[in-house]
Design a binder for this molecule. Sequence first.
Ligand code: CTP
Ligand code: MG
Length: 242
Amino acid sequence: AALEGVVEYRNVTFAYPGAESPVLSNISFTARPGETVAIIGSTGAGKTSLLSLLPRLYDIAEGEVLLDGVPVSDLDRAEITKRVAMVPQRPYLFSGTIEHNLRFGKTEATDQELWDALQIAQGEDFVRAKKNGLNARIAQGGTNVSGGQRQRLCIARALVTRPKVYLFDDSFSALDVATDARLRAALKRTTADATVIIVAQRITTITDADQILVLDNGRIVDRGTHEELLETSPTYQEIVES
Ligand code: CTP
Ligand code: MG
């Protein structure tokens, strides 16, 4: 049980259905429980595509994506979503209450679990401030909450499922620096035993990652810790300076 949540990409090459050339080439890395792996790279580098292969949004042509040693192609979607939660780059909310939105994926969660998740996601205050609290209504597409509130609700939704693996796709970009810092400190405690893979734009979000993968044009061009990459990777230096 101690090893639950091991993610391994082994020589993964991936092209979107119908596309001629791959958007990811020869991707290999391992992320273990207790670790944070960060992925950075310019727009269109393939970061979202890379994440989407773990929950099997697409099947790959070459290589293997393994979850606890089993190719995800041998697991059904329900089995994967029990262990893997992805906070998508464009977080979506349904029309319905905040509670409905948070319970999506785990209907049996208690109200206390929902509040705990909101507290970690820095969403407790704005939900408490609403007249109906958890029963406050979300408009279709989440248009009556701000972008940052939408992100925090989607992070809380992921926390409610208590996954072994968290995938955060640029999930902190709409937050101000202070909220981002508080949220990540709280997340760090909660996800201490989980595997975390995080795509980020803001360098401060990933400086303490155990491993940073620098993605360029669908390839991992450099990897290491923040300090290592500052020494060795011109591509990383460019990103840091931009
Ligand atoms: N792509 C595609 N079909 C999709 C999604 C993406 O052909 N359904 C292509 C994009 O046009 C891009 C490449 O795949 O050339 C990588 O896209 P993506 O993984 O979304 O790149 P990101 O690194 O996530 O870019 P961003 O920072 O803008 O989110
Ligand atoms: Mg993306």
